[in-house]
Structures are given as C-alpha cells and as structure tokens.
Design a protein around this ligand. Structure first.
Ligand SMILES: Cc1cc2nc3c(=O)[nH]c(=O)nc-3n(C[C@H](O)[C@H](O)[C@H](O)COP(=O)(O)OP(=O)(O)OC[C@H]3O[C@@H](n4cnc5c(N)ncnc54)[C@H](O)[C@@H]3O)c2cc1C
Length: 374
C-alpha cells in the first residue's frame, strides 16, 4: 500500500536530512524520511572533522557563511540542552616555523583575509606574535597566528542519534534500508519508489548528499555538475593527552583553496587526528584505504610537530565532499525550489560546513516549505 505524506525527505541518514525532518515534523505536517543505509551517519555526516564552524572561512554573503553563523550557535545551544558531548576547543590558525624560509607572505595574507572576514561577522580573535604565545594554546612549533576561542568540536554520532529521536518524537516516519530507485509525478504528488515500498508526497526534499544530483535528475529537476573531493584522516597515537594539543590547529590557507587545510583535529573522546586532504575522485564509492601517500600527512604533521615519527600515524578513515563545480573552486550550497508545479527542493553540493549549518538549514527549508502552503 502506498502511504501519502505532506513531505518526503530523501537522505535522512545524514545530518542535513535529519535536521530537516525534525524541523518539518514539528509543525502539523506529515513527514516521511527515506534512507538507504540501515543506520544514520554511514556517509559524509559520519566521516568529517566534527568541527562546528562559524562561517568566517566562507565568502561573505554566501549561504555557507550565513547558515554556518546561525547553525553554529544553534548547535552549541542544542548540544548543551540535550547533553551531547561538545568541547570548546577554540581554533589556532598557526604559521609554522618553516614558513619563515618561504617568506611568510602566503600565511600573512591568508591570516589577514580570515581576520577581516571574521571581524565583519563579529567573531572574536586573538593575535599571537611569538612561539611561546602559541604554546599557551597547544604544544606546536609555530611562530604566531590567530586564536578563535568560540570554536567547538561535537560528538557527531550522538548528535545524529538525538536528531533522529527528535524527528521521530515529532511524528516523522523514518524508513531505513530503503534506496530510492525511481520518482515520478502523479497529479499533484510525487510517487517515490524504493527497493521495498512506495511513498506519495506533495513536497519532495532531496537531501541525498553525494547522490543529490542523481535524485534531482530522477525528480525532473535540473542537472547539477558535481565533483567529489576525498579527504583522509590519520590518527596520532596517544591522542590529545600525549601531544598536549587541546585545540584545533589549522594552517593558514590562501583564499581560493578547495578546503580549510590539513589540520590537527582533537575529538570529544580525547583522540587526535590529522586530516583531511582534498583529492578529486571520479565517483563516490569506496571508503577503503587507498594509495594516498602517508608522507603527505607526515609532512603536514611535521610542520607543527617536527619530532613526530612515521609510526605515530595510523590511517583511520576518509570522507567525500560533494562540491558544485565552479570556475574559482569556491562553490556555495545550493538549496533551491527547482520545481514549483509539484514542489521539489534540492540540496546540492552540501560540503563543509554542512554539519555546522545543519540546524539552520532545517529552519531555512522549513520557510521554503511554508511558502508552498503545505
Ligand atoms: C572530509 C570532510 C570533512 C568535513 N569536515 C566538516 C567539519 O568539520 N564541519 C562541518 O561543518 N562540515 C564538515 N564536512 C561537511 C559535512 O560533513 C557535510 O556537509 C554534511 O555531513 C552533509 O550532510 P548530508 O546530510 O547533506 O549528507 P550525507 O551525510 O551524505 O547524507 C545523505 C544521505 O542520503 C542517503 N542517500 C543517498 N542516495 C540515496 C537514495 N537513492 N536513497 C536513499 N537514501 C539515499 C545517503 O545514504 C546518506 O545517508 C566535512 C566533510 C568531509 C567529507
């Protein structure tokens, strides 16, 4: 039997799909969520740096900047309310000693840019001008940098579990282990076919992460040119306690970089990682270890930790970012009503800072759905 809903969200195994389902179900609408994996967090949402960014790395005026700014404060409040592990690590954007040999201009320019952007957003910064000043924040070898105190790292698994519990408590019907294989329009509704069932919905929300461009095509929406950037992580043996690194340590990246850079990434459970890199891969598929050279990560770690040895690093996991192709390498989130005859809202290219923005994306999509009258 085909059940009819006001709204169907495809991709409720991800932090964005779950936030949307939770938000939409809090009104009087009937909401279905469909996810192909048996549990949440199997794709990008469970494979990131767990950092709650406030958006100052993003270009001013973009959806990324706006939604991360709003989303980061919503998440910090939500985590405190729900007892989800969240750690105020702060973020050190540091200039390694080796940069002195290369003339410092690259790092100084990048820091200046970040500071300017952050200032317009009201982000609090502290400038550090000496190696001993840096060591007050983390035991790394750097000549200076900036420190942003209001940065958090969250336990993403617990965050996903909490969103899922909220969505269900609000009345959303979440179906796991169901892959959407077909979508057609029947009168004023979409009929969504999975490997096990059929759903009808007046509004379709496509939050399928790495596969959102395929779902858009299935639903009669536009073609989106997407590229995939893989990022790997290595774990540092002994964790935060051994290395005395309680804060996020980022390099200063030039404005047009495709990512925020390979960084030292502490977690709420005391573990410490280095990553991610950003390598184009042809299709999202395998999350297995591949041939990425460990030397890349060792070199990135040695910039800040000159004494680190190869056997201190162990490959741990990777994630893949879906990025909308753009000429300058800087692409924004797409959150768009792509069909109005039978409303289709596409979320495409939700790469970083999608985790940080997730609760704000829930609000944003809720407003769009309200405008349809549903
Ligand atoms: C290496 C890396 C580091 C990152 N670091 C950060 C960070 O520190 N901070 C931050 O804010 N962001 C970070 N991000 C970005 C963040 O992880 C993503 O923006 C966010 O997780 C996207 O969530 P999502 O729900 O859109 O996607 P996903 O988590 O991919 O969820 C989409 C879901 O759709 C499902 N799906 C797809 N196709 C179908 C189908 N046909 N039928 C049914 N279900 C389907 C998938 O199974 C999946 O569960 C990082 C990303 C990467 C890769």
């Amino acid at each position: 039997m085909t059940k009819t809903f006001d709204v169907c969200v495809i991709g409720t195994g991800g932090v964005v799909g779950l936030s949307i389902a939770r938000q939409l179900a809090s009104g009087r609408r009937t909401v279905a969520g469909i996810e192909k994996h048996r549990t949440a967090g199997k794709e990008t949402s469970g494979r990131n740096s767990c950092v709650i960014h406030s958006g100052f790395h993003e270009v001013r005026g973009t959806l990324k900047a706006k939604l991360a700014l709003r989303g980061s404060s919503l998440i910090a409040e939500y985590a405190r309310d729900k007892g989800i592990p969240i750690m105020r690590t702060g973020m050190l954007i540091a200039v390694p000693r080796g940069a002195l040999r290369e003339g410092l201009w690259r790092e100084a320019g990048a820091l200046w840019n970040l500071w300017r952007r952050g200032r317009t957003m009201g982000v609090q910064f502290r400038f550090i001008f000496t190696p001993s000043g840096v060591r007050e924040f983390a035991a790394v070898d750097a000549v200076g940098g900036i420190f942003i105190p209001a940065m958090h790292v969250i336990d993403v698994e617990k965050f996903l579990q909490s969103l899922e519990a909220d969505a269900t408590a609000n009345g959303a019907e979440l179906s796991y282990g169901q892959e959407v294989t077909g979508i057609r329009v029947d009168g004023t509704a979409y009929v969504i076919t999975t490997n096990r069932a059929e759903f009808r919905a007046r509004v379709l929300i496509n939050s399928a992460g790495l596969h959102a461009h395929e779902i858009s095509r299935m639903a009669g929406g536009p073609e989106y040119p997407i590229e995939f950037l893989r990022g790997d992580y290595y774990e540092l043996a002994g964790g935060m306690a051994r290395w005395n690194i309680p804060t996020l340590v980022y390099p200063a990246m030039p404005p047009r970089s495709p990512s925020k850079g390979i960084h030292l990434s502490p977690r709420t459970d005391g573990r410490l990682f280095i990553g991610p890199d950003a390598r184009p891969v042809p299709v999202p598929g395998s999350y297995e270890k591949d041939s990425t050279p460990k030397e890349l990560f060792l070199a990135a770690a040695r910039k800040f930790l000159p004494a680190i040895r190869e056997d201190d690093l162990q490959w741990s996991y990777c994630g893949i970012r879906p990025k909308l192709r753009s000429k300058d390498g800087k692409s924004d989130f797409v959150i768009r009503m792509d069909r109005t005859d039978v409303p289709l809202i596409n979320l495409v290219g939700i790469d970083s800072p999608g985790l940080s923005s997730s609760l704000a994306i829930g609000e944003y999509v809720d407003t769009m759905v309200r405008e349809t009258g549903v």
